[in-house]
Design a protein around this ligand. Structure first.
Ligand code: SAM
Ligand code: DTB
Ligand code: SF4
Length: 369
């Protein structure tokens, strides 16, 4: 019987989660080694391309407009700045860039056209491109895929049962639909959750059960510890112990042996020993760089030192899949063609004005008597 077959029920996963810690870590490490190179850890950089001012009410999120946090609302970043930041992340060892937008959903407008250009440009740098832009429909997913998007991040966050205690402005079902749309477009799915929001252990297992019920589970499962931010409804949540993070990583690894388990938000509250146990238990990816979207993360140099001490190596891009080919985007191509015609017409008009102004003024000559 394979490990996945052994742990397909809520009861079995709950029992696994509550095992003596070191036995759990040992079992997870054994599974991890069957499917992954235990020395390799993917470094992914996060970039907030559109920060703050979000209309949603996710209780954990500092970017929701309705909470009074220190996060200021900004408009969408320019394509040029994104390219600059991506190059910098690559220089620092990241093989993946995840671009996040504080949107409820993707809209078919100029901002989305710009995101398409960002995806094309970062893919051209040979980095895996991931986006997290909120809900999206199938056509939008196809457009992103066509631009060269490698993965889409859309978290279920918690169990279906606890979800309503966290978010009221969209349904669990909406999230499942977006994940399905990414899947249908052939995009790799990154979806996980947050622990430490006041949920019961059963809810953490409930989250894993939601993924277990999918025909294809996510290729990547981020496990975040709540970053309690002042001004959000969860500001006063008691921080979780790092042992909880280790248990959640290990249980996820055993339940989904082939997926990438991403040790995500919350690393600034963990020590190196705690993170080492997470890597041992199957975490195979981290977010690198001193900022997550709006909150702090360990510095690049700190992580570099940790990798050296633990003997970890950064994973190359596209190790788990082919590099997508960026195709020209029909909407952007049509816009550019229209802009080119307009520019030409303007140039002709300018020349005409210039010519006319150079013409000698027609002076009426009145014969003198
Ligand atoms: N607006 C988009 C959405 O919600 O899908 C994308 C950005 S949103 C910030 C991405 C994810 O970040 C959320 O689903 C949540 O899991 C995580 N996140 C946000 N705030 C967090 C916090 N304070 N602590 C831990 N994770 C957080
Ligand atoms: C994910 O699961 N965690 C990342 C990424 N996906 C987009 C985001 C963490 C955000 C933490 C809070 C902040 O920095 O705003
Ligand atoms: Fe908006 Fe995403 Fe934050 Fe929810 S998690 S408030 S959708 S940015």
């Amino acid at each position: 019987m394979s490990t996945t077959q052994k742990y397909t029920t809520k009861e079995a996963l709950l029992e696994l989660y509550n095992k003596p810690l070191l036995e759990l870590v040992f079992e997870a490490a054994t599974v991890h080694r069957m499917y992954h190179d235990p020395r390799e850890v993917q470094m992914s950089s996060l970039l907030s391309i559109k920060t703050g001012g979000c209309p949603e009410d996710c209780g954990y999120c500092p970017q929701a407009a309705r909470y009074h946090t220190d996060v200021e609302a900004h408009k969408l970043m320019s394509v040029e700045s994104v390219i600059e930041q991506a190059k910098n992340a690559k220089l620092n060892g990241s093989s993946r860039l995840c671009m996040g937008a504080a949107w409820r959903e993707v809209r078919d407008n100029k901002d989305f056209d710009n995101v398409i250009e960002m995806v094309q440009a970062v893919n051209d740098l040979d980095m895996e491109v991931c986006c997290t832009l909120g809900m999206m429909n199938e056509d939008q997913a196809k457009r992103l895929k066509n631009a060269g998007l490698f993965a889409y991040n859309h978290n279920l966050d918690t169990s279906a049962d606890y979800y309503d205690d966290v978010i009221s402005t969209r349904e669990y079902e909406d999230r499942l639909n977006t994940i399905d749309n990414a899947r249908k477009a052939g995009i790799s799915v990154c979806s996980g959750g947050i622990i430490g929001m006041g949920e019961a252990v059963e809810d953490r297992i409930g989250l894993l059960m939601s993924y277990m019920q999918m025909e294809t589970p996510p290729e990547s499962i981020p496990i975040n510890a709540l970053v309690a931010v002042e001004g959000t409804p969860m500001a006063e949540q008691k921080p979780i112990e790092q042992w909880e993070m280790i248990r959640m990583v290990a249980t996820t690894r055993i339940a989904f042996p082939k997926s990438v388990v991403r040790l995500s938000a919350g690393r600034t509250k963990m020590n190196m020993e705690g993170q080492a146990l997470c890597f041992m238990a199957g975490a195979s990816s981290i977010f690198a760089g001193d900022k997550l979207l709006t909150t702090p993360n360990p510095e690049f140099n700190e992580d570099k030192a940790m990798f050296e001490i633990l003997g970890l190596v950064p994973k190359q891009s596209f190790a788990d899949g082919e590099k997508p080919v960026s195709q020209p985007d029909p909407i952007i191509e049509a816009r550019k063609a229209k802009e080119a015609v307009r520019a030409e017409e303007l140039a002709i008009a300018r020349e005409k004005i210039k010519d006319e102004s150079f013409q000698p003024r027609k002076v009426k000559v009145v014969d003198s008597l």
